[in-house]
Write a protein that binds this ligand. Structure first.
Ligand code: UDP
Length: 325
């Protein structure tokens, strides 16, 4: 019998790559998405498969899934600073009401739940690199608060179901991840820079560009999540690439990669933009035998190929094409 897995946010960037991976592992995959930030084009190649189903549904509302479920992955959430500003309430609801629905469903089905948490729970971190024992430095009422606090609540709720109800749960803390199917104009650094290069615009670096990030290629991330789901480890695990780069150097890499004749220009740093971020992945190495394999040059090349293959109209499309509910 095929294992059955529900993936919320299944039409999103990470969700769709997870759908692909679990289909490859011969699971029956049920993707759920309200398509606010997800896009059916990310999963349209799966619709013809008998072991794939799609539910157009908002996970913040009551969820009903007929039949057995072995696993639930909660990946539904807006996930870029532009989204948090435009849809703050939905961001809070999907992290709080959404996970509550998933955990309730998991109890009924006897399923194991894995939640997508984030390096954002560490806020603007005061320790570097960040390991899982760090509690974070988060501004609850700042522009990122709606995301950060929803994810922190989500971890707390998941742990409560684990300790109180004995539910099997897993928590992955995801650091910056990139790859094909990112949304071109969602305001994140990588699609912003590649989009600007493709449109022949200068690359906008925020602040002086000395802030750091560590970028993980999506295939590596998915592999870490797969291993964590099948492990017996209920504490949070960082998954990310520990190779750190300043945003200014990153923009320069994109200029080289794309061969654009444009230059870097500087714009004000958004409020509460973390100054540095790099995962300590000791736990993932020890417990999951996982570490990233894809070099940034290779991952960026694949991502650039994807963005180049999109119709030109995509380059000028607003990040959100529809009204929010
Ligand atoms: N950034 C930038 N120019 C842009 C978009 C983002 O310099 O056009 C910066 C942003 O301020 C942050 C870094 O790039 O310091 C990474 O931003 P992203 O939104 O990708 O991820 P996050 O800040 O959530 O880690």
């Amino acid at each position: 019998m095929r294992k059955r897995i529900l993936i919320t946010g299944g039409a999103g960037f990470l969700g769709s790559h997870l759908c692909d991976r679990f289909i490859k592992e011969d699971f029956h995959v049920i993707a759920m998405d309200n398509l606010i930030t997800g896009d059916l084009r990310n999963i349209e190649h799966l619709f013809k498969l008998p072991n794939f189903e799609f539910y157009h549904h908002d996970v913040s509302k009551f969820i009903h899934v007929p039949g057995d479920l072995d696993y639930i992955l909660h990946f539904a959430s807006p996930a870029s600073p532009i989204d948090y500003l435009k849809i703050p309430i939905q961001t809070l609801k999907v992290g709080s009401l959404g996970i509550h629905n998933c955990l309730g469903l998991a109890r009924v089905k006897g399923a194991r739940v894995l939640i997508a948490s984030t390096s954002e729970i560490y806020g603007d971190p005061l320790v570097h690199p960040q390991n899982e024992d760090y509690w974070g430095n988060v501004n609850p009422i700042g522009p990122r608060g709606v995301y950060d606090e929803a994810k922190r609540f989500q971890e707390a709720m998941t742990m409560a179901y684990h300790t109180y109800h004995g539910l099997e749960t897993r928590i992955v803390r995801i650091f910056n991840t990139y790859g094909p199917r990112m949304r071109l104009n969602d305001g994140r650094a990588l699609p912003a820079f590649i989009g600007q290069a493709l449109r022949g615009e200068d690359l906008t670096v925020f602040g002086d560009g000395s802030q750091t990030r560590s970028f993980c290629y999506v295939d590596d991330l998915v592999d870490g999540i797969y291993r964590l789901l099948l492990s017996d480890y209920a504490q949070p695990v960082n998954i990310g690439n520990p190779i750190e780069i300043t945003i200014k150097d990153f923009a320069e890499e994109i200029i080289k990669l794309t061969g654009t004749s444009q230059k870097v220009i500087y714009r004000p740093l958004p409020k509460d933009d973390p100054k540095q971020r790099k995962p300590d992945i000791t736990r993932a190495k020890e417990i999951l035998g996982w570490e990233p394999k894809v070099e940034r040059a290779e991952g960026l090349k694949k991502t650039y190929e994807y963005f180049k293959s999109l119709p030109e109209s995509e380059l000028f499309r607003e990040p959100h094409g529809r009204e929010f509910n």
